[in-house]
Design a protein around this ligand. Sequence first.
Ligand SMILES: O=C(O)/C=C/c1cccc(O)c1O
Ligand SMILES: [Fe+2]
Length: 321
Amino acid sequence: MTQAMLQCLSHSPLMGLVDPLPETVQAATKAIGNLRDALQRFDPEVIFLFAPDHYNGFFYDLMPPFCIGVVADSIGDFGSLSGPLDVPADLALACACAVLDSDIDCAVSYRMQVDHGFAQPLEMLAGALERYPVVPIFINSVAPPMPAFRRARLLGDAVGRYAATLNKRVLFMASGGLSHNPPVPLLAGASAEVAERLIAGRQPSADARAARQQRTIDAARAFAAGTSTLHPLNPEWDREFLATLCARDLVSLDKISNDAITEAAGASAHEVKSWVAANAAMAAATGNRYTVQAGYYEPIPEWIAGFATLQGQADEVITKN
Ligand SMILES: O=C(O)/C=C/c1cccc(O)c1O
Ligand SMILES: [Fe+2]
């Protein structure tokens, strides 16, 4: 029998670099610890990790809406872990085939590069990049045109139905901020130099990477000081989104357009599509017999993130406990 578990966590590469008050860090750390403890108890045999990229592994030379990594490496931006992920290649490829058979067009990569979006949850929850077998599933969340909520839900549904055939303990994990708008550039209106970076910016020089990271750190300091023009966090939007997931009413999100997401919650709020996909996977794998609890929520300007955790269990697991 397949046993399923769901964990969703915001990420921010600013954690540890631009921190809020110690009590805020402590509360977030405790919430992350709760997820980590639950993950260890569950001891997944495979993790399906839905996450975005931030122009570190995916560029406009060929930008897929979705991509499953058959082989994947973390680049180690902002001090996140670098190195290979333990991707079960046959299983990842079979998952991609099942997704395609479900009418969801999804790329595959045998050299997928991932950034803090994938590395942070693996480090914070699993303890290492290679601690557990992981199928990395990229959802384009920063580079328009992007998939809509509905497509993210259907991707998750297809992954969940595939996972249900495995007879394993599977963990559906999502990584992404809620409302937020860090200074990740847009191609529309970009200078020639920035456009080139977004189209073909793979393997930047050490200086270029350091400059990029410093720009984000400076932006976070200004945002926290209230002197920034970045789109504000939107706690009301975030809380409503979390309530929708807890009510397991994913279909109701379908009516929210990409423009409406950007306008209400910022250009990087599209990262919540990872959460939608993971929740849809959980619903499909359990035949909709699961419960979800939001764990922690706080709008944290220093991390430029509506920061949250959420966890879900299959009803069978709850009954056995
Ligand atoms: O500069 C980047 O690559 C992204 C930074 C960032 C900052 C805050 C929240 C996030 O989700 C990010 O990816
Ligand atoms: Fe992000």
